[in-house]
Design a protein around this ligand. Sequence first.
Ligand code: PHE
Length: 361
Amino acid sequence: MLEHEQVVIRTGRRSRLPVIVAVHSTALGPAAGGLRLWHYRDWRDGLDDALRLSSAMTSKFAVAGLPSGGGKTVVALPQGTKPDAARHRDVLHDVADVIASLGGAYATGPDVGTGPDDMAVIGEITPHVFCRPAHQGGSGDSSPHTAQGAFAALRAVSRRLYGTPSLAGRTVAVAGLGRVGAALARLLAAEGAALTVTDIDPDKRTIGEELGAVWAAPEKILGADVDIVVPAALGSVLDRQTVADLRCRAVVGPANNQLATPEAAELLHERGIVWVPDYVASAGGVIHAVSVELHRLTADEARARVDAIERTVDDLLDTARSRGQSPAQAAGELARRRLGAASGPAGRPVAQRPPAQEQHA
Ligand code: PHE
């Protein structure tokens, strides 16, 4: 059964590339979610990604307690290609056309492969776009805020496991040093954590050196002998095998869609490893963007909302423990409760859904 309100798949008139916009739910408010420009073997894999990522955005806003819905855009680039600058603009304008046609049901933002300058290009055609550069009226790069939110989640996990929110002296493995991963690694290093890091791009080694981090091979990072593993790259990293190989006490990070298979959350729980659902730990960027651009909060107020992820995770871990559930179950129930309390478009009740972690693996 399709649980999404609408999914638009269109061949871009300029770029001839498949543009996929998935609006999962507007039950809590107009949908928001980033534009992912990434390579896929088949555009249908991009469709799968859009479906799962947009569903995760619905949960992200619901758990964060914000009146927005979930959506996502994927432009599926053929394997081994990279659009040149002119074509890149064409892609962005093609995306903007689809968003404009949705009449405000969905607004986009940055995600893997896109940033504030791209949002400015989309803004040439439609106002439904977050995170344009500040001088163009947007809230700018969301990645430092996503990193700050993940850091808040890490503090809550640290309090639960070690009795102190401070990460000083903790051993932490950061998988992925993109814009978010690098910012988070810097926050952790500044706090005094001992880092192991990696990235598929060997040039990122310089960031590791700068932070005094140990460099690990990408395929070794999840199994690193550390206190906490932080997924900060692409998703689908947690499956039966990788969960069995973990040596840490917690997995918490800003990557979206960390579970490769739905049951991985329960396998983690059975192993006594704390996993904070990705849609909780990665919410800082969108929280900041909608707080500043839609709710007109000041920078300090928005920052306080991002920092409140620490409290949200504290509460989730408490609830999960008192009910004997995994944090994923507790978060899924919270999201469903908030979505169930709202009604869908035109008063349609929101369909009851199975726990979120069983869907956007
Ligand atoms: N990439 C962000 C996320 O996955 C999406 C986003 C950021 C959307 C900022 C809007 C504004 O949460």
